[in-house]
Design a protein around this ligand. Structure first.
Ligand code: ADP
Ligand code: MG
Length: 257
């Protein structure tokens, strides 16, 4: 069996006295579409923040493709093939859709400049390359026609597609999606899910936080459930639905699911 692409060991993070993520050990299988579920406040987003370097863990480790990446900054992790989208996308509203995608940190520009004379040409070549790639990923996510629109004027669903496009600029091996379908109109949600499936078939590994059990049932295997910062379940979606411990966790939680 292939080594899991993303591995955590006893990952923990507290906010004051609150243990938001409490000793989480995970093995994310290469090529999987792993669902991460759990009631509000379970620690799902905090776990994503630990995985992507947005937060540093108090304890525990993260390994990506066999290498210890614990505590690396988000742009370093992005450069190593770990991409994530946010629960609430925040594009630069006045910039165009294309410019927003071109701004995705690819890690190369300006980092390996060899001298003042080469600088301008090099930057130009880089910009051409980035623009071409940005147009390509925008086409892939079906936003090609909106390339020149201000990003602040596109719909919520289109913003999620824009987020995916930004992530794809990094050629990620693993993509973490925080509630990709939430608040997205059904037509765009279908487009988005179709693109996720296409990428998954091509080998991209996904970890998806999603409240919509219908979505999880249909697309995710395995399913991992968090509650109170701990893993309380790992198994197939069918088993998740039939699991009384999970039911308790949801019913016992404040807020909706
Ligand atoms: P989920 O995404 O599963 O809803 P979160 O990871 O957002 O859960 O939050 C887990 C717990 O940690 C919650 O009780 C939340 O209030 C708390 N929390 C999250 N981020 C912070 C923060 N930056 N500062 C203080 N508490 C936080
Ligand atoms: Mg969350």
């Amino acid at each position: 069996m292939a080594e899991p692409i993303l591995v955590t060991k006893s990952l923990s993070r507290s906010f004051g006295p609150l243990k938001a993520v409490d000793g989480v050990s995970l093995n994310i299988r290469q090529g999987s579409m792993t669902g991460l579920i759990g009631p509000n406040g379970a620690g799902k987003s905090t776990l994503f923040n630990l995985l992507t370097g947005a937060l540093k863990p108090d304890a525990g480790t993260v390994r990506l493709e066999g290498e210890d990446v614990t505590g690396l900054a988000p742009n370093r992790l992005f450069a190593r093939g770990l991409g994530r989208t946010f629960q609430i996308p925040r594009p630069f509203a006045r910039m165009s859709v294309l410019e927003n995608v071109m701004l995705a940190p690819m890690g190369q520009v300006g980092e390996t400049i060899s001298g003042p004379f080469l600088f301008r040409n090099r930057m130009k070549t880089e910009e051409h390359r980035i623009r071409a790639k940005a147009l390509e990923v925008l086409d892939f996510v079906t936003l090609g026609a909106l390339a020149d629109h201000p990003a602040g004027q596109i719909s919520g669903g289109q913003m999620k597609l824009l987020e995916l496009a930004r992530v794809l600029m990094g050629d990620p091996a693993v993509i973490l999606l925080d509630e990709p379908a939430a608040g997205v109109n059904p037509v765009l949600a279908k487009t988005l899910i179709g693109k996720i499936e296409e990428l998954n078939r091509q080998g991209t590994t996904f970890v998806i936080i999603e409240h919509d059990m219908d979505f999880v049932m249909r697309h995710c295997d395995p399913v991992i459930a968090l509650a109170g910062g701990r893993v309380i379940f790992e198994g197939t979606s069918e088993d998740a639905l039939a699991n009384p411990v999970l039911l308790d966790a949801y019913l016992g939680a404040p807020g909706d699911v």
